[in-house]
Design a protein around this ligand. Structure first.
Ligand code: NAD
Ligand code: UDP
Length: 329
């Protein structure tokens, strides 16, 4: 029997590349699509020898064409770090609006099921804690995070509209902070920032007083939640994340212990609209998907630290190897 074919947008990124691995392991034919704006071919170079893997270098905010059959689409293309989406705000708005529209159209024409990657950022700076899927959020549309948050909220709206008006099979996942190997060392997210600083012998920069919280999920757990949701029959949004919440100040101390760095923790101004607290309520994921995270932060951080330690020195000292200007239109 011919293999089922899945399109993974953002396939050369952190989460997308792990999804490519997982779907190949599950016996799918995988088509990864990416314009490499924040991703890296090194994340998927081990897959090019696999006859069941294809790569399309393409910007999904423009018309998307895939020849042949398609059974599933996972839309993961989008800058995901606050530093990235501040540098490329228009692309960020486009990929989750125009890009999502293109992929919904493709799903419709192929009669494929589509899962879109939404985010805990749809809750903004949340006034309800922990965050349940029923909470509508507290988002500043015109603040620096608005380009990401509002594009993701639009993405959910248009996905629901295609479900309702076109009977499309849709899935919406709300991903909470996820980490692991293949994150870009210099993308500005807190975990690569702290580990990079420790490896370079720099002080660790905590923004604000460090009392803001996050809840970090290891990538293998997240990918398993994504897979289960795609295969389920549930079309409303589902939170997937690890509820083990920690303040950023305590997290910095954990990284100091893990890396054995002799450097200090220093405090920098808190960016505008930085959420004060974030923890997923995962009751739905547990009940509907039988999913809960398995990897503790201690285990996940150890694996991730080993990965960052194994990177070449020049990557460690590159401030940011991304030439965003090349992509700006
Ligand atoms: P990432 O930056 O590593 O991956 C995103 C990928 O999308 C990159 O390879 C990038 O080149 C590609 N891309 C961006 N715009 C594109 C376009 N217009 N056309 C084609 N490709 C494009 O980030 P990530 O952490 O892997 O995030 C992947 C998805 O998961 C994003 O949609 C993000 O919003 C979502 N998400 C991630 C997290 C997290 O903690 N990692 C949390 C919430 C949501
Ligand atoms: N942060 C920090 N130091 C850094 C980078 C980030 O203290 O060098 C903080 C940031 O202000 C936020 C948290 O860490 O409160 C998580 O930031 P990240 O950019 O990883 O993602 P967010 O969850 O804010 O989207």
């Amino acid at each position: 029997m011919a293999k089922q074919r899945v399109l993974i947008t953002g396939g050369a990124g952190f989460l997308g590349s792990h999804l490519c691995d997982r779907f190949l392991k599950e016996g799918f034919h995988v088509i990864a699509m990416d314009n490499l704006i924040t991703g890296d071919l090194r994340n998927i170079e081990h897959l090019f020898k696999n006859a069941d893997f294809e790569f399309y270098h393409h910007d999904v905010s423009t018309f998307v064409h895939i020849p042949g059959e398609l059974h599933y689409i996972l839309h993961f293309a989008s800058p995901a770090s606050p530093i990235d989406y501040l540098k490329i705000p228009i692309q960020t708005l486009k990929v989750s609006s125009l890009g999502t529209h293109n992929l919904l159209g493709l799903a419709r024409s192929k009669k494929a099921r589509i899962l879109v990657a939404s985010t805990s950022e749809v809750y903004g700076d949340p006034l309800v804690h922990p965050q349940t899927e029923e909470y509508y959020g507290n988002v500043n549309p015109i603040g620096p995070r608005g380009v990401y948050d509002e594009a993701k909220r639009f993405q959910e709206a248009i996905t629901m509209a295609y479900h309702t008006y076109h009977n499309l099979e849709t899935r919406i996942i709300r991903i909470f902070n996820t980490y692991g190997p293949r994150m870009r060392l210099n993308d500005g997210r807190v975990l690569p920032a702290f580990i990079g600083q420790a490896l370079r012998g720099e002080d660790l920069t905590v923004f604000g007083d460090g009392s803001q919280t996050r809840s970090f999920c290891y990538v293998d757990d997240e990918v398993d939640g994504i897979f289960r949701l795609l295969m389920s029959d549930y079309h409303l949004p589902v939170n997937i994340g690890n509820p083990d919440e920690i303040t950023i100040g305590d997290f910095a101390e954990e990284i100091v212990k893990l890396t054995g760095t002799k450097q200090k923790v220093v405090y920098k101004p808190l960016p505008q609209d930085d959420p004060k607290q974030r923890q997923p309520n995962i009751t739905k994921a547990k009940e509907l998907l039988g999913w809960s995270p398995k990897v503790s932060r201690a285990e996940g951080l150890k694996i991730t630290y080993e990965y960052f330690k194994s990177l070449p020195q020049e990557v460690l000292f590159q401030r940011d190897h991304k030439d965003f200007q090349r992509y700006v239109r």
